[in-house]
Design a protein around this ligand. Structure first.
Ligand SMILES: *Cc1c(COP(=O)(O)O)cnc(C)c1O
Length: 383
């Protein structure tokens, strides 16, 4: 199942995440094909949906227009990691972040003239300019301005030396719902802003679902997040993407149980006969949710194996009775083993959430191994 090099690198690890850069690249190509001639903005917020910072480095050179994160602090971290392409911080910028925005050449969403003036001043002091995007609140009522406010601000910013208004954008509320009427209403509001601000060159409104479903809403760029990582939103055609991430561990111990003995906190699960329990070194602190206790499954030896007892902060148990499982055997929590696959969508379904959350909450203490055709290209953090 694992390449020989991956077996060697992972032999000393209790747990790890594999990021398949070949799958990532093929997803980029499938998405480019699906939305062309529009471009792609790769959304790498939240540690690249749990895939780790090297993901952003790898995405450079795959033909994206640029990358997007939520916060300036995330954009600064990308620069520190060596990312040199265009990076947009999509959400609220504080005045204290202005210096970092200019220093690290981060594109930001400018929401007020006061912020624009600070950005312009700082940019002029350093002899450069700042690229800003204007966000229109078309109905999600998260971040953004009304059309009138957006027009007034954009025209004022246009006159400030040191500021380049490069983008106009919005975000959809019901992108992956079967009924498109609210998306249509949002796009109609956005179209009024586009009409009033024809000089802004780059318009972007679509996330994965809108971009794949609605050709009229692709404009110059589509902000692809979850689909980049191989997850297709509900009610959305699959452009041919595949999962990029696998979560694996090695069995830390196999314990023999007598009938009636229990496992984990509260001893909620008890053996109904002589049994073997495997200890899996991943817990809720790693994003493996406590609500999976006594409900979830993992893959061992290519078979589905039930989780037993409560999930602890750092580990949980599975029933491996009669399977010949020994310490060090590979466990797949997300990904494929033989003919079986555990998807982020299945785990999300069991835990009452969505694949976005399942991926984005995978813990930072799990090492990420970046693979290309079975060869480990990078490890984060370094082993
Ligand atoms: C997270 C996010 C995206 C990406 O959404 P996906 O559904 O993961 O493709 C796009 N735009 C904004 C504003 C976001 O916050």
């Amino acid at each position: 199942m694992l390449s020989s090099e991956l077996s060697a690198v992972s032999s000393g690890l209790n747990h790890w995440i594999e990021v398949d850069l070949g799958a990532l690249e093929s997803n980029v190509q499938a998405l480019r094909q699906a939305v062309q001639p529009s471009g792609l903005i790769g959304v790498v917020k939240a540690n690249a949906y749990g895939h780790g910072a090297h993901t952003a480095l790898a995405l450079q050179g795959m033909g994206l227009e640029g990358l997007a994160v939520a916060w300036v602090s995330e954009a600064v971290a990308l620069r520190r990691a060596g990312v040199t392409c265009r990076v947009l911080a999509m959400e609220h910028v504080t005045q204290a972040e202005v210096a970092a925005v200019v220093r690290d050449e981060i594109e930001v969403c400018c929401h007020s003239l006061a912020l624009g003036k600070l950005l312009a001043l700082r940019a002029q002091q350093s002899g450069g300019s700042v690229r800003v995007h204007i966000k229109v609140d078309t109905g999600l009522h998260r971040f953004g301005l009304s059309v009138n406010e957006a027009v007034v601000l954009a025209e004022a910013l246009r006159l400030l030396p040191g500021i380049e208004v490069v983008g106009l954008w919005t975000h959809m509320a019901n992108a992956d719902e079967p009924d498109d009427s609210f998306s249509d209403a949002q796009n109609a509001v956005f179209a009024a802003a586009v009409e009033a601000l024809p000089w802004i060159p780059f318009r972007h409104v679509a996330n994965s679902a809108t971009g794949l479903r609605r050709s009229a809403m692709r404009y110059e760029g589509v902000r692809v997040g979850v689909s980049l990582y191989g997850v297709v939103p509900d009610n959305t055609p699959d452009p041919g993407v595949r999962p990029v991430l696998s979560l694996r561990a090695r069995v830390a111990r196999v314990v023999q149980l007598q009938r009636g003995e229990g496992v984990s906190y509260g001893l909620e699960w008890r053996a109904d006969g002589p049994s073997e329990a495997g200890l899996i070194p991943v817990g809720y602190a790693d994003g493996w949710r406590r609500s999976l206790g006594n409900r979830g499954e993992v893959l061992i030896h290519g078979q589905r194996v039930p989780m037993i007892g409560r999930v602890c902060m750092d580990q949980f148990l599975v029933d491996v009775t009669g399977m010949g499982v020994v310490e060090g055997d590979v466990v797949t929590l997300l990904g494929s083993d033989g003919d079986e696959t555990m998807s982020a969508a299945e785990i999300a379904g069991l835990t009452g959430t969505i694949p976005w959350e399942t991926l984005a909450t995978l813990g930072r203490r799990l090492p990420r191994l970046y693979l290309r055709e079975g060869v480990v290209e990078a490890v984060e953090p370094p082993l």
